[in-house]
Design a protein around this ligand. Structure first.
Ligand code: PGA
Length: 324
């Protein structure tokens, strides 16, 4: 079948970049071409379609309805072509192609440790990794921008396949000189007397900790909310409050000594990390390979990722304190 609209693959790439970046200049920089090339190719493509693809309002450009349809079509065509390339490589006996993974901020503490050996095992696979907050992950999942999504709280509303592959315990941290540091079996209700440093609304850590505390009728007094784990840790270390944080965020930390993990009843909150993708999506060869790898390998390096005594950490710290 010969398409009635004549276009080139290059024009679609240019159009996709302009649509994504809402700018001819940024698209030119991304594609390493000069701006007149971008404008000329967009004009040729609009002529071929027979309708404008963008409209300009003030200094900004927006997709027209035809442009939005074309953007959707481009995504499907690029995905389809990438799947073909991977299948062709697979037939040749090589796993090759680009793996696109989007992860929530807290997953950045362990995903690179899994990706390292994976990339050594499959040198033909390139990885494009996006580290964003949970709200942005959900947006990316809804727009089907990546192959796999790593998060602690899969969305309720979007139909998606989800598979747990690693523990994700949440612990309570306090400054190391806090009066509760080193105490055993602190009642959960005692936390209501403390000031909390919370993650931003919408963060997986925040959602899970609020759910847990509400279920146990503890109303945390939130003194401050911060957009990432580093800021939370530094603020806690500075003595401004206590926080609930993923155990992963405490590993390999130079400032670890300035924080104590409290032995609070009911903690750590036991959770999992999930690999998620839109329901019904056919995973590409490389995405399927990484997915299988996560399922097989992640649990085996759990001790390494979370430390030798996950639940015993508070006890170890209490012991250390008694000896000092
Ligand atoms: P967060 O997600 O980085 O958005 O808090 C982590 C999690 O769900 O545990």
């Amino acid at each position: 079948m010969k398409p009635s609209i004549r276009f080139t693959w290059n024009q679609l790439r240019i159009f996709d970049a302009v649509a994504r970046l809402s700018s001819h200049t940024r698209a030119a920089t991304e594609l390493h071409v000069v701006q007149p090339t971008i404008s000329a190719q967009i004009k040729l493509l609009s002529n071929a379609v027979g309708m404008p693809l963008f409209e300009q309002i003030g200094k900004k450009i927006y997709l027209t309805p035809a442009g939005r349809e074309l953007q959707e079509t481009c995504r499907e065509m690029f995905d389809c072509w990438a799947r073909f390339e991977m299948k062709a490589a697979d037939i040749k006996g090589v796993k090759a192609g680009t793996l696109r993974v989007a992860i929530v901020t807290t997953a950045k503490y362990f995903i690179p440790r899994l990706l390292g050996p994976f990339c050594r095992l499959y040198p033909g696979i390139d990885v494009a990794l996006e580290v964003v907050n949970r709200d942005q992950i959900i947006e990316r999942l809804a727009a089907n921008l990546d192959d796999l999504y790593i998060m602690g709280v899969p969305p309720d509303k979007l139909p998606s396949a989800r598979h747990p592959f690693l523990e994700n315990p949440l612990v309570v941290i306090a400054p190391s000189e806090h009066p509760l540091a080193g105490r055993r079996h602190i009642p959960l209700s005692r936390l209501a007397e403390e000031q909390f440093i919370a993650r931003e609304a919408g963060s997986g850590t925040r959602i899970a900790s609020e759910k847990f505390l509400t279920a146990h009728r503890v109303k945390p007094r939130i003194r401050m909310q911060l957009g990432n784990n580093e800021a939370v840790k530094w603020t806690v270390a500075a003595g401004l409050g206590i926080a609930v944080i993923s155990r992963h965020a405490l590993m390999l930390e130079p400032m670890h000594d300035r924080l104590a993990v409290l032995d609070v009843q009911g903690f750590p909150i036991r959770r999992s990390w999930y690999a998620v993708y839109p329901e019904g999506k056919k995973l590409s060869v490389v995405a399927q390979t990484f997915f299988e790898y996560l399922k097989q390998e992640a649990f085996s390096i759990q001790e390494e990722l979370l430390g030798p005594s996950r639940s015993g950490l508070a006890a170890t710290q209490a012991k250390k304190k008694r000896h000092t």
